[in-house]
Design a protein around this ligand. Structure first.
Ligand code: UT7
Length: 355
């Protein structure tokens, strides 16, 4: 029976380093606050007007493709996960195809909007396509250019200080080797708290969800002119065109769901937390990762954290961290790798990979 494996992996982070002290120049925050609450010291920002979510994805994809030992023309399906797409539509999947000069049309391009768990959702989809024999080289990219869509005033400080730009990519290929590659994936969602971590304007909601959720948010819709359904002056003035988050609410659920979904994966294949050689958490907050590590009784050398240097790169965070760990020799042939993520939606998931 066919299984799927990660045949090649790559990542790209922009050169520009933005420290916590750089952010102090534009908003009321401190290096101490950011480090104490999140563990983040610095993050990377892409070059405005030159780099985009797509172009960063291309940089990572080129490395993954080369390491997979294939040519770009061999890619038969593209999956692109991001919450900061270049365009509202079309998605980054086709933009990446064009940017890479993949001109063949016998290829599909799918965009995933599952935020922090986007990479794990993409991995699960790629796994299904490859192990059924439908595709041989699925290019899965997670990339974010958050810096173009954040509120750099004090109003947005709880969200803005967390996020950074970057991209990671993998090529998923078939293997006939037993007990090798992606062993299992697990996906979950619960839309009850969709707005707790969200970026809702511009959107076509017209205030609908706020009303049905019994909230009082005033979106400034006057007499519902159709043209102003997406964004209006009131939203711009009130800073409603940026991501928002109820941090503590998200934090509490995250530390509960990470261990749950990791145990679900381990139980499925009859393994224990102590069997994990490397745990790659979605890099949401160092405190979340440390809490999960403790709960799962993992040693420091069983967990890869790089949020200190890159911040939270959402859909890109897992492939960037996985690639770094592999390049550093911390993920080796035969190792059991556990991936897990939780975020906006809420959506969460896990994957176990025998490297
Ligand atoms: O990857 C997606 C999933 N996201 C997550 O998993 C994020 C989970 N949540 C978190 O990481 C944390 O909740 C945050 C880091 C976002 C916030 O930390 P917190 O300890 O939950 O802080 P808070 O939001 O409860 O705010 C505490 C105080 C507030 O001031 P008052 O009301 O106590 O006077 C905030 O206004 O900290 C203030 N604050 C800041 N102060 C300095 C919020 N952001 C900042 C800031 N600098 N950047």
């Amino acid at each position: 029976m066919l299984h799927s494996k990660i045949g090649g992996i790559g990542y790209y982070v922009p050169e520009k380093v933005v420290s916590n002290n750089d952010l102090i120049k534009v908003m009321d925050t401190t290096d101490e606050w950011i480090q104490e609450r999140t563990g983040i010291k610095e993050r990377r920002y892409g070059v405005k007007h030159e780099e985009t979510t797509t172009t960063m994805g291309v940089r990572a994809a080129e490395i993954a493709i080369q390491r997979a030992g294939i040519q770009k023309e061999d890619v038969d399906f593209i999956i692109f996960a991001t919450l900061s797409p270049d365009y509202y539509f079309p998605g980054c999947g086709v933009l990446l195809q064009r940017e890479m000069g993949i001109t063949k049309t016998e290829i599909g391009a799918l965009d995933i909007r599952n935020q922090c768990s986007g990479f794990i959702y993409g991995l699960s989809i790629a796994d299904q396509f490859v192990k059924t024999g439908m595709y041989k080289n699925v290019l899965l990219v997670g990339a974010e250019m958050h810096s173009m869509g954040l509120d750099f005033s004090t109003r947005g400080r709880n969200v803005t200080v967390i996020f950074g730009d970057g991209a990671g990519a993998v090529v998923i290929q078939p293997t006939e080797e037993e007990n090798k590659g992606i062993l299992t994936t697990h996906l979950h969602s619960d839309g009850t708290y969709a707005e707790k971590l969200s970026f809702i304007n511009p959107g076509a909601h017209g205030g609908y969800h706020a009303k049905t959720a019994g909230e009082t948010t005033d979106f400034g819709y006057s007499d519902a002119e159709y043209g102003e359904m997406f964004v209006n002056e009131h939203m711009i003035e009130e800073g409603m065109i940026f991501p928002n988050m109820e941090g503590q609410f998200v934090f509490k659920l995250a530390v509960q769901k990470f261990p749950e979904v990791m145990m679900e994966a381990l139980n499925k294949v009859g393994l224990k937390p102590s069997d994990i050689d490397m745990f790659i958490p979605h890099q949401a907050n160092l405190r979340i990762s440390q809490f999960v590590q403790q709960k799962m009784q993992l040693r420091d050398d069983q967990v890869w954290n790089n949020i200190q240097r890159y911040g939270n790169t959402t859909a890109a965070s897992i492939p960037i961290a996985l690639c770094e760990a592999w390049e550093a020799g911390a993920v080796k042939d035969g190792d059991l790798v556990c991936l897990a993520a939780f975020g906006s939606g809420f959506t969460w998931g896990s994957a176990l990979i025998r490297w």
